[in-house]
Design a protein around this ligand. Structure first.
Ligand SMILES: Nc1ncnc2c1ncn2[C@@H]1O[C@H](COP(=O)(O)OP(=O)(O)OP(=O)(O)O)[C@@H](O)[C@H]1O
Ligand SMILES: Cc1ncc(CO)c(N)n1
Length: 278
């Protein structure tokens, strides 16, 4: 029998299958990790945007977490959409007691701009969950909201990264550059001592629904398998780049990433990628 590792996602749903829990579980499976899920909020959404949100009662969130952790110790856990401070406290109470590696995707908005986290919960995220994270993966708007820094270039990305690690207590941060201008999609990993760049050519497509979820889920899966942070991010970056290059024109809006399509037909779009250590 192969040694199969398990990973848990704690997040909101996407019935159209491109983001949230659904994207996480597909990614875990693609990365050969056994996937489990705890739902925080049911989100009626599709490629056009978010139509409605129904939050799970905190008592039921607690029961789902109890079902997992009273029985199973996942090798790694990721969190995505967590709408309220109450939910954050409940999740932090559980994660502070587990040995699982914890990756936080600090989801605040859907691609359409719809808020997925209450504005009054940002401080709670920093207080209760960020210090527990082995890695936090903000996009540019999320890093701006967390730090108050206006991010316009590599220097400001790095300044925000330092605040998140040194002041808020995350072990490492991956600043995602998908929202920056330019011909490359460059992300910066900061582990408290050095920066590593993960770059790929920017793919000209509007079908990028769920890129952030897919990326952090792939990293979580690799950490579950025991890879180092640097290796996990490198594999995650290649995975999400290939998934974007095979993204689907599904629905009327921004279609989803599609790593499965890449695996069925694909050749790597990125023959050569470089990590630079600073
Ligand atoms: N057009 C693109 N071509 C190549 N890589 C991209 C493109 N857009 C985003 N990326 C990469 O995809 C990954 C996810 O980054 P992004 O900043 O888009 O996350 P996100 O905003 O959290 O995603 P979402 O909220 O839609 O799930 C990063 O590695 C980023 O560099
Ligand atoms: C549930 C959920 N989590 C995250 C995102 C961000 O892509 C989304 N659209 N929906």
């Amino acid at each position: 029998m192969p040694d199969i590792k398990s990973a848990l996602t704690i997040a909101g749903t996407d019935p159209s299958g491109g983001a949230g829990i659904q994207a996480d579980l597909k990614t875990f499976q693609e990365r050969d990790v056994y996937g489990m899920s705890v739902v925080t909020s049911l989100v009626a959404q599709n490629t056009l945007g978010v139509q409605a949100v129904h939050h799970v009662p905190v008592e039921f969130l607690e029961q789902q977490l109890e079902s997992i952790f009273s029985d199973i110790t996942p090798a790694a856990v990721k969190t995505g959409m967590i709408a309220s401070e109450e939910m954050m406290r409940c999740i932090a109470a559980v994660l502070s007691k587990t040995k699982a590696v914890y990756v936080m995707d600090p989801v605040m908005y859907a691609k359409s701009g719809h808020a997925l986290m209450g504005e009054d919960s940002r401080d709670a995220l920093k207080t209760h969950l960020v210090p527990l994270a082995a890695l936090i993966t903000p996009n540019i708007p999320e890093a701006e909201e967390l730090t108050g820094i206006h991010i316009v270039d590599e220097n400001s990305m790095k300044a925000a990264a330092k605040i998140i690690v040194r002041e808020y207590g995350a072990k490492a941060v991956l600043m995602k550059g998908g929202h920056m201008e330019g011909t490359s999609a460059a992300d910066w990993l900061y582990d408290g001592s050095s920066f590593t760049a993960y770059t790929a050519e920017r793919i000209q497509t509007k079908h990028t629904h769920g890129t952030g979820c897919t990326y952090s889920a792939a990293i979580t899966a690799e950490l579950a398998k025991g890879r180092s942070l640097q290796e996990a991010v490198r594999i995650g970056k290649d995975f999400v780049t290939d998934a974007i290059s095979y993204s689907l024109q599904l629905g009327k809006g921004n279609g989803p990433t599609n790593h499965w399509g890449y695996r069925l037909q694909g050749v790597p779009v990125q023959e050569e990628q470089h990590d630079e250590v600073y």
